[in-house]
Design a protein around this ligand. Structure first.
Ligand SMILES: Cc1cc2nc3c(=O)[nH]c(=O)nc-3n(C[C@H](O)[C@H](O)[C@H](O)COP(=O)(O)OP(=O)(O)OC[C@H]3O[C@@H](n4cnc5c(N)ncnc54)[C@H](O)[C@@H]3O)c2cc1C
Length: 393
């Protein structure tokens, strides 16, 4: 019999979240959304002395549908801003990433990868933001309007009186249309969809990504979370050359019956909790503006997640950091329109690596070629390339 306490043996740290009705009206910066992008932006702004409000519609700790994997660059970005110590006590470390191609080619890339349930990661990072001086509140933004004095009015669903801020950071992930409304994101339902569940087993399973034929044109994963708990899931891109001829549920069924590692986990384990599905706004369109006046968008709100592997936490952290640095400077010099500076800084921090990932996404659509590359280069170049791609931008 499943019991939540037993299943979630790694509980989320407590973080104080106050009702939005109880806070002041005027702020230097309001950050909308407390995923990794929003918490990092709010935590850095709080540390710089800015009066910062971190607004989150869900009560924390909250679940977030995710694979719960943390790539080496994610860790590197968190270390660079000294946020890693807040998360490190909660994560599990693995020394190898195992990759399987469509037709059975395998490779083990030796590199540190980490995993942590998102309910835990996001609570730890929101706690880091609070420790830095940001106020963390529960409330849902309904809209943002620029006022004549160039400040922003933030209307809320849960408070009659709006908030006012000099700058706004849109960090609402894939669940908000605010970035679309303000022209900072394209309208498209999503670039990817994914499904994940949790399974408990006493088998020893590697940190594993599978490209087996049964889930093409997508991929499956099994990420151990410690204490026998594993995140298992499948995802695919919706705008690639090949269209998926099956539903996510069918892909999950195919993964857990045809992939030997996924089958071993599910046959010898017990599924815990509910499965979750979500869109992923991925494949950041490089041509789009990501800011306007004093309104800056970060993380999945600008489709910062990569389209091949659905990795988005590291990119959320990095864009949150860039936004915070630009706004800290804007507050110091009194610049009401830091959008252009943000767009330039974001482009130099993120676009070079996106160009590589965009290019790779075309290679990945040819599963036979990928299998052949794994067989040919698994001893030499490929593990190096994977480490290079995840080494940080
Ligand atoms: C199934 C799946 C597997 C994935 N696996 C991985 C993985 O293993 N590793 C990885 O790095 N990435 C993974 N990703 C991608 C990753 O989850 C996202 O890229 C990441 O969460 C983006 O962070 P964010 O801060 O931009 O947005 P989010 O984490 O989505 O946070 C946005 C927050 O904003 C809040 N919000 C939204 N609208 C409002 C509003 N109007 N008012 C107030 N609050 C609001 C939401 O409640 C939410 O808490 C996966 C995604 C999916 C769906």
């Amino acid at each position: 019999m499943w019991s939540p306490n037993k299943a979630w043996s790694n509980p989320a740290p407590a973080v104080e979240q106050i009702p939005v009705a109880d806070v002041d009206r005027a702020w230097d910066v309001v950050v909308i959304g407390a995923g990794p992008s929003g918490s990092i932006a709010a935590g850095l702004l709080g540390r710089s002395g800015a009066r910062t409000l971190l607004l989150e519609m869900d009560r924390f700790p909250r679940e977030k549908c995710c694979g719960d994997g943390l790539t080496p660059d994610t860790v590197k970005f968190l270390q660079a801003i000294d946020a890693w110590p807040a998360l490190q006590p909660h994560v599990f470390r693995h020394d190898t990433l195992k990759l399987r191609g469509a037709y059975g080619a395998e490779l083990d890339a030796v590199m540190p990868v980490h995993s942590c349930r998102r309910a835990v990661t996001d609570a730890a990072l929101a706690g880091w933001a609070v420790d830095g001086g940001a106020r963390f509140v529960q409330g849902k933004a309904a809209g943002v309007t620029r006022l004549q004095d160039r400040r922003y009015r933030i209307d809320l669903f849960d408070r009659d009186e709006p908030l006012v801020a000099r700058y706004v950071v849109l960090a609402g992930g894939c669940r908000t249309n605010l970035a679309i409304e303000y022209g900072l994101q394209e309208y498209r339902p999503s670039a990817m969809v994914a499904l994940r569940g949790y399974v408990r087993t006493d088998r020893t399973i590697p940190f594993y990504i599978s490209l087996i034929d049964a889930v093409q044109p997508g991929y499956g994963w099994v990420f151990p979370l410690g204490n026998g708990l594993h995140n298992i899931g499948v995802g695919f891109a919706l705008n690639g050359r090949k269209t998926p001829g099956m539903s996510l549920r069918q892909a999950f069924g195919a993964f857990t019956s045809e992939d030997t590692i996924a089958r071993s986990v599910t046959q010898n384990g017990e599924m815990v909790g509910a499965r979750g599905t979500s869109w992923i706004r991925a494949g950041m369109p490089l041509s789009l503006e990501k800011a306007n006046g004093g309104l800056l968008a970060v993380g999945e709100a600008i489709a910062a997640t990569t389209r091949i592997d659905g990795e988005g936490v590291g990119r959320a952290v990095l864009s949150g950091r860039v936004a915070a640095e630009i706004l800290t400077e804007a507050l110091r010099v009194g610049n009401p329109d830091p959008a252009l500076r943000y767009r330039k800084a974001l482009a130099s921090a993120m676009e070079p690596s996106y160009r590589i990932w965009h290019g790779l996404s075309y290679v990945m659509e040819h599963s036979r070629l990928v299998d052949r590359l794994i067989r040919l280069y698994k001893g030499v170049g490929l593990p190096k390339l994977i480490r290079y791609l995840y080494r940080g931008m």
